[in-house]
Design a protein around this ligand. Sequence first.
Ligand code: ADP
Length: 547
Amino acid sequence: MLGLMQDQPLLISSLIEFAERHHGDGEIVSRRVEGDIHRYTWADVARRARQVANALEGEDLLFSDRVATLAWNGYRHLELYYGVSGSGRVLHTINPRLHPDQIAWIANHAEDQILCFDLNFLPLVQAVHARCPTVKRWIALCDADKLPADSGIPGLLSYEAWMGDRSTDYAWPRFDENSASSMCYTSGTTGNPKAALYSHRSTLLHAYAAALPDVMGISARDSVLPVVPMFHVNAWGIPYSAALTGCKLVFPGPALDGKSVYELIEAEGVTFAAGVPTVWQMLLTHMKPGGLRFSTLKRTVIGGSACPPAMIHAFQQDYGVDVLHAWGMTEMSPLGTLCTLKNKHLTMPADAQDAIRQKQGRAIFGVDMKIIDGNGAELPWDGKASGDLLVKGPWIVKEYFKGEGGDPLVPDAQGHGWFPTGDVATIDADGFLQITDRSKDVIKSGGEWISSIDIENIAVAHPAVLMAACIGVAHPKWDERPVVAVVKRPGAEVTREELLKFYEGKTAKWQIPDDVLFVEAIPLGATGKILKTRLREQFKDYRLPGL
Ligand code: ADP
Protein backbone atom coordinates (compact mmCIF):
# COMPACT_ATOMS: atom_id res chain seq x y z
CA MET A 1 0.00 0.00 0.00
CA LEU A 2 1.39 3.41 -0.95
CA GLY A 3 1.02 6.48 1.21
CA LEU A 4 -1.60 8.96 0.19
CA MET A 5 0.47 12.10 0.23
CA GLN A 6 0.80 14.47 -2.71
CA ASP A 7 3.45 13.55 -5.21
CA GLN A 8 5.38 16.76 -5.59
CA PRO A 9 8.95 16.59 -6.91
CA LEU A 10 11.66 18.34 -4.88
CA LEU A 11 12.81 20.99 -7.35
CA ILE A 12 15.22 23.90 -6.96
CA SER A 13 12.63 26.24 -8.50
CA SER A 14 10.41 25.64 -5.47
CA LEU A 15 13.07 27.23 -3.26
CA ILE A 16 13.08 30.50 -5.15
CA GLU A 17 9.30 30.55 -5.39
CA PHE A 18 9.14 30.05 -1.63
CA ALA A 19 11.74 32.76 -1.00
CA GLU A 20 9.85 35.27 -3.13
CA ARG A 21 6.51 34.61 -1.48
CA HIS A 22 7.59 34.28 2.14
CA HIS A 23 10.55 36.61 2.49
CA GLY A 24 10.55 38.62 -0.69
CA ASP A 25 11.92 41.68 1.10
CA GLY A 26 14.89 39.74 2.58
CA GLU A 27 18.16 41.41 1.64
CA ILE A 28 20.94 40.17 -0.65
CA VAL A 29 24.09 42.29 -0.44
CA SER A 30 27.01 41.80 -2.83
CA ARG A 31 30.41 43.34 -3.13
CA ARG A 32 30.74 43.53 -6.88
CA VAL A 33 33.80 42.92 -9.01
CA GLU A 34 33.61 46.67 -9.73
CA GLY A 35 34.24 47.23 -5.99
CA ASP A 36 30.89 48.85 -5.07
CA ILE A 37 28.15 47.32 -2.93
CA HIS A 38 24.95 46.12 -4.60
CA ARG A 39 21.72 45.58 -2.66
CA TYR A 40 18.44 43.99 -3.59
CA THR A 41 15.97 41.40 -2.31
CA TRP A 42 14.87 37.78 -2.69
CA ALA A 43 11.94 39.06 -4.78
CA ASP A 44 14.48 40.62 -7.17
CA VAL A 45 16.46 37.36 -7.36
CA ALA A 46 13.27 35.48 -8.22
CA ARG A 47 12.23 38.00 -10.88
CA ARG A 48 15.65 38.05 -12.53
CA ALA A 49 16.05 34.25 -12.31
CA ARG A 50 12.86 34.04 -14.41
CA GLN A 51 14.41 36.44 -16.90
CA VAL A 52 17.50 34.21 -17.03
CA ALA A 53 15.23 31.23 -17.72
CA ASN A 54 13.53 33.14 -20.55
CA ALA A 55 16.90 34.10 -22.00
CA LEU A 56 17.96 30.43 -21.89
CA GLU A 57 14.77 29.47 -23.74
CA GLY A 58 16.05 31.67 -26.57
CA GLU A 59 19.34 29.80 -26.80
CA ASP A 60 18.27 26.54 -28.36
CA LEU A 61 19.28 24.46 -25.36
CA LEU A 62 18.10 20.97 -24.51
CA PHE A 63 16.96 19.76 -21.12
CA SER A 64 20.08 18.99 -19.01
CA ASP A 65 22.42 21.01 -21.22
CA ARG A 66 25.26 22.55 -19.25
CA VAL A 67 25.58 26.27 -18.56
CA ALA A 68 28.91 27.12 -16.97
CA THR A 69 30.03 29.92 -14.67
CA LEU A 70 33.43 31.33 -13.83
CA ALA A 71 32.33 33.71 -11.13
CA TRP A 72 32.79 34.98 -7.59
CA ASN A 73 30.07 34.99 -4.96
CA GLY A 74 27.56 37.61 -6.04
CA TYR A 75 23.93 38.29 -6.94
CA ARG A 76 24.23 37.50 -10.65
CA HIS A 77 25.77 34.13 -9.83
CA LEU A 78 22.82 33.50 -7.49
CA GLU A 79 20.35 34.30 -10.29
CA LEU A 80 22.11 31.73 -12.47
CA TYR A 81 21.92 29.16 -9.67
CA TYR A 82 18.12 29.42 -9.84
CA GLY A 83 17.52 30.35 -13.49
CA VAL A 84 19.71 27.61 -14.95
CA SER A 85 18.76 24.70 -12.67
CA GLY A 86 15.15 25.81 -12.27
CA SER A 87 14.60 25.73 -16.03
CA GLY A 88 15.99 22.19 -16.27
CA ARG A 89 19.56 22.93 -17.35
CA VAL A 90 22.64 21.97 -15.40
CA LEU A 91 24.69 24.69 -13.74
CA HIS A 92 28.38 23.86 -14.08
CA THR A 93 30.38 26.01 -11.68
CA ILE A 94 34.02 26.13 -12.74
CA ASN A 95 36.79 26.97 -10.31
CA PRO A 96 38.65 29.95 -11.80
CA ARG A 97 41.73 29.17 -9.75
CA LEU A 98 42.38 26.06 -11.82
CA HIS A 99 45.05 26.13 -14.49
CA PRO A 100 43.68 27.33 -17.89
CA ASP A 101 44.49 23.90 -19.39
CA GLN A 102 42.34 22.26 -16.71
CA ILE A 103 39.53 24.76 -17.28
CA ALA A 104 39.51 24.03 -21.01
CA TRP A 105 39.60 20.30 -20.28
CA ILE A 106 36.69 20.56 -17.85
CA ALA A 107 34.55 22.75 -20.16
CA ASN A 108 35.05 20.23 -22.96
CA HIS A 109 34.38 17.25 -20.75
CA ALA A 110 31.16 18.83 -19.47
CA GLU A 111 30.24 19.94 -23.02
CA ASP A 112 29.31 23.38 -21.73
CA GLN A 113 27.02 25.26 -24.12
CA ILE A 114 27.09 28.70 -22.49
CA LEU A 115 29.77 30.16 -20.26
CA CYS A 116 29.09 33.18 -18.01
CA PHE A 117 32.09 34.88 -16.42
CA ASP A 118 32.94 37.79 -14.16
CA LEU A 119 34.78 40.50 -16.05
CA ASN A 120 37.99 40.07 -14.11
CA PHE A 121 38.23 36.57 -15.57
CA LEU A 122 38.31 37.98 -19.11
CA PRO A 123 42.06 37.24 -19.54
CA LEU A 124 41.35 33.64 -18.50
CA VAL A 125 38.47 33.36 -20.97
CA GLN A 126 40.64 34.91 -23.68
CA ALA A 127 43.23 32.21 -22.97
CA VAL A 128 40.79 29.28 -23.17
CA HIS A 129 37.86 30.23 -25.42
CA ALA A 130 39.40 28.92 -28.66
CA ARG A 131 39.84 25.55 -26.97
CA CYS A 132 36.17 25.27 -25.92
CA PRO A 133 34.32 24.36 -29.13
CA THR A 134 31.10 23.31 -27.41
CA VAL A 135 30.53 26.79 -25.95
CA LYS A 136 28.28 28.67 -28.35
CA ARG A 137 27.58 31.71 -26.19
CA TRP A 138 29.98 33.70 -23.98
CA ILE A 139 28.39 36.06 -21.46
CA ALA A 140 30.20 38.63 -19.34
CA LEU A 141 28.48 39.19 -15.99
CA CYS A 142 28.31 42.97 -16.29
CA ASP A 143 26.22 45.93 -17.45
CA ALA A 144 25.98 46.54 -21.19
CA ASP A 145 28.17 49.65 -21.01
CA LYS A 146 30.97 47.73 -19.24
CA LEU A 147 31.41 45.22 -22.03
CA PRO A 148 34.92 45.51 -23.47
CA ALA A 149 34.84 46.58 -27.13
CA ASP A 150 37.61 44.37 -28.49
CA SER A 151 37.62 41.33 -26.24
CA GLY A 152 38.47 38.90 -29.03
CA ILE A 153 35.65 36.61 -27.81
CA PRO A 154 33.25 36.00 -30.70
CA GLY A 155 29.69 37.18 -30.02
CA LEU A 156 30.44 38.22 -26.44
CA LEU A 157 27.33 39.63 -24.74
CA SER A 158 26.86 41.41 -21.45
CA TYR A 159 24.63 39.55 -19.00
CA GLU A 160 22.36 42.56 -18.59
CA ALA A 161 21.87 42.94 -22.34
CA TRP A 162 21.28 39.19 -22.65
CA MET A 163 18.63 38.83 -19.95
CA GLY A 164 17.68 42.35 -18.88
CA ASP A 165 14.79 43.01 -21.28
CA ARG A 166 13.28 39.50 -21.11
CA SER A 167 9.85 38.90 -19.68
CA THR A 168 9.69 38.44 -15.92
CA ASP A 169 6.92 35.86 -16.40
CA TYR A 170 8.04 32.28 -16.55
CA ALA A 171 6.36 29.11 -15.34
CA TRP A 172 9.03 26.87 -13.84
CA PRO A 173 8.75 23.44 -15.47
CA ARG A 174 7.91 20.38 -13.42
CA PHE A 175 10.09 17.31 -13.98
CA ASP A 176 11.63 14.31 -12.23
CA GLU A 177 13.35 15.39 -9.01
CA ASN A 178 16.22 13.05 -9.83
CA SER A 179 17.13 15.19 -12.86
CA ALA A 180 20.60 16.70 -12.79
CA SER A 181 20.72 20.26 -11.43
CA SER A 182 24.36 21.24 -11.09
CA MET A 183 27.84 19.83 -11.31
CA CYS A 184 31.24 20.41 -9.82
CA TYR A 185 34.60 18.89 -10.65
CA THR A 186 36.80 17.75 -7.77
CA SER A 187 39.66 20.15 -7.36
CA GLY A 188 42.15 17.60 -8.55
CA THR A 189 44.31 17.26 -5.45
CA THR A 190 43.67 13.56 -5.89
CA GLY A 191 44.36 13.14 -9.62
CA ASN A 192 42.35 13.97 -12.74
CA PRO A 193 39.25 16.07 -12.11
CA LYS A 194 36.03 14.04 -12.00
CA ALA A 195 32.60 15.59 -11.78
CA ALA A 196 29.96 15.12 -9.13
CA LEU A 197 26.57 15.57 -10.78
CA TYR A 198 24.00 16.76 -8.23
CA SER A 199 20.25 16.32 -8.63
CA HIS A 200 17.33 18.53 -7.61
CA ARG A 201 16.38 15.97 -4.99
CA SER A 202 19.90 15.68 -3.53
CA THR A 203 20.24 19.46 -3.47
CA LEU A 204 16.94 20.02 -1.66
CA LEU A 205 17.54 17.31 0.91
CA HIS A 206 20.99 18.76 1.54
CA ALA A 207 19.48 22.26 1.83
CA TYR A 208 17.02 21.12 4.49
CA ALA A 209 19.71 19.25 6.39
CA ALA A 210 22.30 22.04 6.23
CA ALA A 211 19.90 24.53 7.83
CA LEU A 212 19.12 22.34 10.89
CA PRO A 213 20.01 23.70 14.34
CA ASP A 214 22.80 21.18 14.95
CA VAL A 215 24.17 21.68 11.45
CA MET A 216 24.56 25.28 10.26
CA GLY A 217 21.53 26.45 12.22
CA ILE A 218 20.57 29.12 9.68
CA SER A 219 17.39 31.11 10.35
CA ALA A 220 15.50 34.13 9.05
CA ARG A 221 17.21 36.17 11.77
CA ASP A 222 20.70 35.49 10.46
CA SER A 223 22.91 37.55 8.21
CA VAL A 224 25.01 34.95 6.41
CA LEU A 225 28.37 35.48 4.74
CA PRO A 226 29.49 32.58 2.56
CA VAL A 227 33.18 33.26 1.99
CA VAL A 228 33.34 29.71 0.72
CA PRO A 229 33.03 30.07 -3.05
CA MET A 230 29.93 29.48 -5.13
CA PHE A 231 32.30 28.05 -7.75
CA HIS A 232 33.17 25.04 -5.59
CA VAL A 233 30.49 22.65 -4.30
CA ASN A 234 27.75 25.28 -4.35
CA ALA A 235 29.23 27.30 -1.47
CA TRP A 236 28.44 24.35 0.83
CA GLY A 237 24.77 24.62 -0.19
CA ILE A 238 24.28 28.00 1.50
CA PRO A 239 22.60 29.66 -1.54
CA TYR A 240 19.88 27.00 -1.30
CA SER A 241 19.51 26.89 2.50
CA ALA A 242 19.34 30.69 2.48
CA ALA A 243 16.32 30.69 0.16
CA LEU A 244 14.65 28.09 2.33
CA THR A 245 15.15 30.05 5.57
CA GLY A 246 14.99 33.65 4.34
CA CYS A 247 18.22 34.78 5.97
CA LYS A 248 20.04 37.85 4.70
CA LEU A 249 22.84 36.87 2.33
CA VAL A 250 26.10 38.80 2.11
CA PHE A 251 28.42 38.04 -0.81
CA PRO A 252 32.09 39.06 -0.62
CA GLY A 253 32.76 39.08 -4.38
CA PRO A 254 36.47 38.81 -5.14
CA ALA A 255 37.66 40.63 -1.98
CA LEU A 256 38.67 37.80 0.34
CA ASP A 257 41.50 39.57 2.19
CA GLY A 258 41.18 39.98 5.96
CA LYS A 259 40.40 43.71 5.85
CA SER A 260 37.61 43.45 3.27
CA VAL A 261 36.00 40.44 4.94
CA TYR A 262 36.17 42.11 8.37
CA GLU A 263 34.62 45.33 7.07
CA LEU A 264 31.81 43.44 5.37
CA ILE A 265 31.06 41.44 8.52
CA GLU A 266 30.79 44.62 10.56
CA ALA A 267 28.91 46.71 7.96
CA GLU A 268 26.28 44.06 7.21
CA GLY A 269 25.73 42.74 10.72
CA VAL A 270 26.93 39.27 9.75
CA THR A 271 25.99 36.69 12.40
CA PHE A 272 27.17 33.58 10.59
CA ALA A 273 30.07 33.03 8.19
CA ALA A 274 31.49 30.01 6.40
CA GLY A 275 34.93 29.42 4.92
CA VAL A 276 38.14 27.39 4.77
CA PRO A 277 40.87 27.86 7.41
CA THR A 278 43.16 29.90 5.09
CA VAL A 279 40.50 32.62 4.77
CA TRP A 280 39.97 32.83 8.54
CA GLN A 281 43.72 32.92 9.03
CA MET A 282 43.83 36.09 6.91
CA LEU A 283 40.94 37.58 8.89
CA LEU A 284 42.50 36.89 12.30
CA THR A 285 45.89 38.17 11.12
CA HIS A 286 44.18 41.42 10.10
CA MET A 287 42.26 41.79 13.37
CA LYS A 288 44.92 41.02 15.94
CA PRO A 289 47.38 43.94 15.68
CA GLY A 290 44.68 46.64 15.94
CA GLY A 291 42.70 44.80 18.65
CA LEU A 292 39.61 44.70 16.39
CA ARG A 293 36.48 42.95 17.68
CA PHE A 294 33.34 41.46 16.14
CA SER A 295 30.12 43.22 17.06
CA THR A 296 27.63 40.77 15.50
CA LEU A 297 29.39 37.56 14.42
CA LYS A 298 28.23 34.59 16.50
CA ARG A 299 29.09 31.44 14.57
CA THR A 300 31.47 30.36 11.86
CA VAL A 301 31.64 27.09 9.96
CA ILE A 302 35.21 26.11 9.21
CA GLY A 303 35.93 23.16 6.95
CA GLY A 304 37.44 21.99 3.70
CA SER A 305 40.62 21.11 5.55
CA ALA A 306 41.39 20.54 9.21
CA CYS A 307 40.84 23.61 11.37
CA PRO A 308 43.95 24.12 13.55
CA PRO A 309 43.20 24.05 17.30
CA ALA A 310 44.89 27.46 17.63
CA MET A 311 42.23 28.93 15.32
CA ILE A 312 39.39 27.29 17.26
CA HIS A 313 40.86 28.69 20.46
CA ALA A 314 41.18 32.20 19.00
CA PHE A 315 37.60 32.34 17.73
CA GLN A 316 36.04 30.72 20.80
CA GLN A 317 38.04 32.20 23.63
CA ASP A 318 39.45 35.48 22.28
CA TYR A 319 36.45 36.59 20.20
CA GLY A 320 33.49 34.65 21.64
CA VAL A 321 32.59 33.22 18.22
CA ASP A 322 31.38 29.62 18.08
CA VAL A 323 33.40 27.45 15.70
CA LEU A 324 31.49 24.73 13.88
CA HIS A 325 34.16 22.44 12.46
CA ALA A 326 32.78 20.68 9.37
CA TRP A 327 33.92 17.88 7.12
CA GLY A 328 32.71 16.98 3.67
CA MET A 329 33.74 16.66 0.08
CA THR A 330 32.70 17.53 -3.46
CA GLU A 331 31.25 14.05 -3.80
CA MET A 332 29.02 14.72 -0.77
CA SER A 333 27.33 17.97 -1.87
CA PRO A 334 29.50 18.62 0.37
CA LEU A 335 28.32 18.29 4.00
CA GLY A 336 29.03 15.06 5.89
CA THR A 337 29.65 15.94 9.53
CA LEU A 338 29.55 19.07 11.61
CA CYS A 339 30.77 19.61 15.14
CA THR A 340 28.19 20.94 17.55
CA LEU A 341 28.35 19.99 21.20
CA LYS A 342 25.86 17.77 22.97
CA ASN A 343 24.11 18.83 26.16
CA LYS A 344 26.47 16.83 28.35
CA HIS A 345 29.45 18.79 27.00
CA LEU A 346 28.14 22.19 28.03
CA THR A 347 29.27 21.94 31.65
CA MET A 348 32.82 21.04 30.62
CA PRO A 349 35.64 23.60 30.97
CA ALA A 350 36.30 25.70 27.85
CA ASP A 351 39.50 23.85 26.94
CA ALA A 352 37.78 20.47 27.10
CA GLN A 353 35.03 21.80 24.85
CA ASP A 354 37.64 23.08 22.42
CA ALA A 355 39.17 19.61 22.33
CA ILE A 356 35.82 18.26 21.11
CA ARG A 357 35.54 21.07 18.56
CA GLN A 358 38.80 19.89 17.01
CA LYS A 359 36.92 16.83 15.84
CA GLN A 360 35.02 17.13 12.58
CA GLY A 361 31.78 16.30 14.36
CA ARG A 362 28.70 14.18 14.08
CA ALA A 363 27.10 12.79 10.95
CA ILE A 364 24.20 14.83 9.65
CA PHE A 365 20.96 12.85 9.29
CA GLY A 366 21.15 11.59 5.73
CA VAL A 367 24.80 10.56 5.95
CA ASP A 368 25.74 7.05 7.10
CA MET A 369 29.38 6.52 7.88
CA LYS A 370 31.69 3.70 8.93
CA ILE A 371 35.40 3.04 9.30
CA ILE A 372 36.98 -0.19 8.08
CA ASP A 373 40.35 -1.90 8.38
CA GLY A 374 42.52 -3.16 5.50
CA ASN A 375 40.38 -6.31 5.20
CA GLY A 376 37.13 -4.43 4.98
CA ALA A 377 36.06 -5.27 8.55
CA GLU A 378 34.17 -2.54 10.35
CA LEU A 379 36.08 -0.91 13.22
CA PRO A 380 34.60 0.09 16.59
CA TRP A 381 33.45 3.61 17.44
CA ASP A 382 35.84 4.01 20.36
CA GLY A 383 37.69 7.16 19.36
CA LYS A 384 40.90 5.12 19.00
CA ALA A 385 40.56 2.65 16.12
CA SER A 386 41.49 4.44 12.94
CA GLY A 387 40.49 3.23 9.49
CA ASP A 388 39.31 4.09 6.00
CA LEU A 389 36.16 6.19 6.08
CA LEU A 390 33.19 5.18 3.91
CA VAL A 391 29.88 7.00 3.53
CA LYS A 392 26.48 6.56 1.95
CA GLY A 393 23.39 8.69 1.63
CA PRO A 394 21.05 10.50 -0.76
CA TRP A 395 23.39 13.45 -1.41
CA ILE A 396 26.51 11.35 -1.97
CA VAL A 397 27.66 10.35 -5.47
CA LYS A 398 26.97 6.86 -6.76
CA GLU A 399 29.18 7.42 -9.80
CA TYR A 400 30.98 10.24 -11.54
CA PHE A 401 29.77 12.13 -14.61
CA LYS A 402 30.19 10.04 -17.77
CA GLY A 403 31.18 7.07 -15.59
CA GLU A 404 34.76 8.34 -15.22
CA GLY A 405 36.76 6.16 -12.88
CA GLY A 406 34.28 3.26 -13.10
CA ASP A 407 32.07 2.26 -10.19
CA PRO A 408 33.54 3.95 -7.12
CA LEU A 409 31.29 2.26 -4.57
CA VAL A 410 32.34 -0.53 -2.22
CA PRO A 411 29.48 -2.99 -1.53
CA ASP A 412 28.76 -4.26 1.98
CA ALA A 413 27.38 -7.69 2.94
CA GLN A 414 23.83 -6.51 2.18
CA GLY A 415 24.91 -5.26 -1.23
CA HIS A 416 24.63 -1.56 -0.31
CA GLY A 417 27.21 0.65 -1.98
CA TRP A 418 29.48 2.83 0.18
CA PHE A 419 31.58 5.67 -1.17
CA PRO A 420 35.24 5.48 -0.08
CA THR A 421 36.22 8.99 0.98
CA GLY A 422 39.99 8.51 0.83
CA ASP A 423 40.13 9.83 4.38
CA VAL A 424 41.35 8.00 7.44
CA ALA A 425 39.38 8.63 10.61
CA THR A 426 38.34 7.62 14.10
CA ILE A 427 34.78 7.80 15.42
CA ASP A 428 34.10 8.02 19.17
CA ALA A 429 31.26 6.52 21.20
CA ASP A 430 29.25 9.77 20.85
CA GLY A 431 29.55 9.52 17.07
CA PHE A 432 32.12 12.31 16.69
CA LEU A 433 34.31 11.77 13.64
CA GLN A 434 37.92 12.81 13.66
CA ILE A 435 39.84 12.88 10.41
CA THR A 436 43.34 11.58 11.03
CA ASP A 437 44.50 12.29 7.51
CA ARG A 438 43.92 11.70 3.86
CA SER A 439 44.97 8.12 3.21
CA LYS A 440 47.68 9.20 0.80
CA ASP A 441 49.03 11.86 3.17
CA VAL A 442 49.41 9.60 6.20
CA ILE A 443 53.08 9.06 7.00
CA LYS A 444 53.96 5.43 7.47
CA SER A 445 56.91 5.19 9.81
CA GLY A 446 58.14 1.75 10.89
CA GLY A 447 54.71 0.21 10.29
CA GLU A 448 53.00 2.88 12.42
CA TRP A 449 50.96 5.80 11.10
CA ILE A 450 51.68 9.43 11.78
CA SER A 451 48.94 11.96 11.09
CA SER A 452 50.27 14.85 9.04
CA ILE A 453 47.36 16.95 10.37
CA ASP A 454 48.56 16.46 13.98
CA ILE A 455 52.09 17.53 13.06
CA GLU A 456 50.79 20.63 11.26
CA ASN A 457 48.47 21.59 14.10
CA ILE A 458 51.30 21.58 16.63
CA ALA A 459 53.50 23.74 14.37
CA VAL A 460 50.82 26.39 13.80
CA ALA A 461 50.24 26.62 17.55
CA HIS A 462 53.76 28.16 17.77
CA PRO A 463 53.43 31.96 17.79
CA ALA A 464 56.08 32.43 15.06
CA VAL A 465 54.43 30.03 12.61
CA LEU A 466 51.90 31.25 10.05
CA MET A 467 51.42 28.06 8.09
CA ALA A 468 52.74 24.49 8.16
CA ALA A 469 52.54 21.43 5.93
CA CYS A 470 53.85 18.01 6.83
CA ILE A 471 54.96 15.42 4.29
CA GLY A 472 56.67 12.06 4.53
CA VAL A 473 60.12 11.56 3.03
CA ALA A 474 61.84 8.27 2.27
CA HIS A 475 63.90 6.69 5.03
CA PRO A 476 65.94 3.47 4.60
CA LYS A 477 65.00 2.05 7.99
CA TRP A 478 61.57 3.51 8.78
CA ASP A 479 60.20 3.70 5.19
CA GLU A 480 59.03 7.25 5.75
CA ARG A 481 59.71 10.00 8.24
CA PRO A 482 57.79 13.27 8.68
CA VAL A 483 59.29 16.66 7.87
CA VAL A 484 57.41 19.90 8.29
CA ALA A 485 57.54 22.84 5.88
CA VAL A 486 56.94 26.10 7.71
CA VAL A 487 56.11 29.67 6.72
CA LYS A 488 57.08 32.13 9.46
CA ARG A 489 54.86 35.06 10.45
CA PRO A 490 56.20 38.32 9.06
CA GLY A 491 58.83 39.69 11.46
CA ALA A 492 58.76 36.59 13.71
CA GLU A 493 61.75 34.34 14.32
CA VAL A 494 62.05 30.70 15.29
CA THR A 495 64.88 28.25 14.66
CA ARG A 496 64.69 24.63 13.55
CA GLU A 497 65.83 23.50 17.01
CA GLU A 498 63.30 25.67 18.85
CA LEU A 499 60.46 24.35 16.76
CA LEU A 500 61.49 20.72 17.20
CA LYS A 501 61.72 21.32 20.95
CA PHE A 502 58.21 22.79 20.83
CA TYR A 503 56.93 19.34 19.78
CA GLU A 504 58.25 17.68 22.94
CA GLY A 505 55.44 16.59 25.21
CA LYS A 506 52.84 17.44 22.59
CA THR A 507 53.17 14.23 20.60
CA ALA A 508 54.90 10.87 20.93
CA LYS A 509 58.67 11.23 20.54
CA TRP A 510 58.82 9.03 17.42
CA GLN A 511 56.21 11.23 15.73
CA ILE A 512 58.24 14.42 16.07
CA PRO A 513 59.36 15.51 12.58
CA ASP A 514 62.94 14.81 11.57
CA ASP A 515 63.42 18.23 10.06
CA VAL A 516 61.92 21.69 9.63
CA LEU A 517 62.05 23.24 6.16
CA PHE A 518 61.57 26.99 6.24
CA VAL A 519 59.84 28.16 3.05
CA GLU A 520 58.53 31.47 1.69
CA ALA A 521 55.15 29.99 0.78
CA ILE A 522 53.29 26.70 0.82
CA PRO A 523 51.59 25.76 -2.47
CA LEU A 524 47.80 25.98 -2.24
CA GLY A 525 45.33 24.31 -4.58
CA ALA A 526 42.35 25.90 -6.27
CA THR A 527 40.18 25.64 -3.16
CA GLY A 528 42.78 27.03 -0.77
CA LYS A 529 43.99 23.65 0.47
CA ILE A 530 47.62 22.72 0.83
CA LEU A 531 48.81 21.01 -2.34
CA LYS A 532 50.88 18.19 -0.91
CA THR A 533 51.56 16.79 -4.37
CA ARG A 534 53.30 20.05 -5.34
CA LEU A 535 55.15 20.20 -2.04
CA ARG A 536 56.41 16.65 -2.45
CA GLU A 537 57.53 17.53 -5.97
CA GLN A 538 59.31 20.63 -4.61
CA PHE A 539 61.27 18.51 -2.11
CA LYS A 540 61.81 15.43 -4.26
CA ASP A 541 65.61 15.79 -4.08
CA TYR A 542 65.60 16.53 -0.36
CA ARG A 543 67.52 14.14 1.88
CA LEU A 544 66.99 13.80 5.62
CA PRO A 545 69.85 15.13 7.78
CA GLY A 546 72.45 12.44 8.44
CA LEU A 547 71.45 10.18 5.55
P1 ADP B 1 39.23 17.65 -3.52
O1 ADP B 1 39.03 16.21 -3.17
O2 ADP B 1 38.89 17.98 -4.88
O3 ADP B 1 40.48 18.26 -2.96
P2 ADP B 1 37.10 18.50 -1.77
O4 ADP B 1 36.81 19.93 -1.59
O5 ADP B 1 36.04 17.61 -2.16
O6 ADP B 1 38.18 18.52 -2.80
O7 ADP B 1 37.87 17.97 -0.51
C1 ADP B 1 37.44 16.93 0.29
C2 ADP B 1 38.52 16.52 1.24
O8 ADP B 1 38.96 17.64 2.02
C3 ADP B 1 38.08 15.51 2.25
O9 ADP B 1 38.09 14.22 1.71
C4 ADP B 1 39.11 15.70 3.35
O10 ADP B 1 40.33 15.03 3.06
C5 ADP B 1 39.38 17.17 3.31
N1 ADP B 1 38.60 17.85 4.35
C6 ADP B 1 37.45 18.51 4.20
N2 ADP B 1 37.05 19.05 5.38
C7 ADP B 1 37.98 18.69 6.30
C8 ADP B 1 38.14 18.91 7.71
N3 ADP B 1 37.30 19.63 8.41
N4 ADP B 1 39.22 18.35 8.31
C9 ADP B 1 40.11 17.62 7.62
N5 ADP B 1 40.01 17.39 6.30
C10 ADP B 1 38.96 17.91 5.65
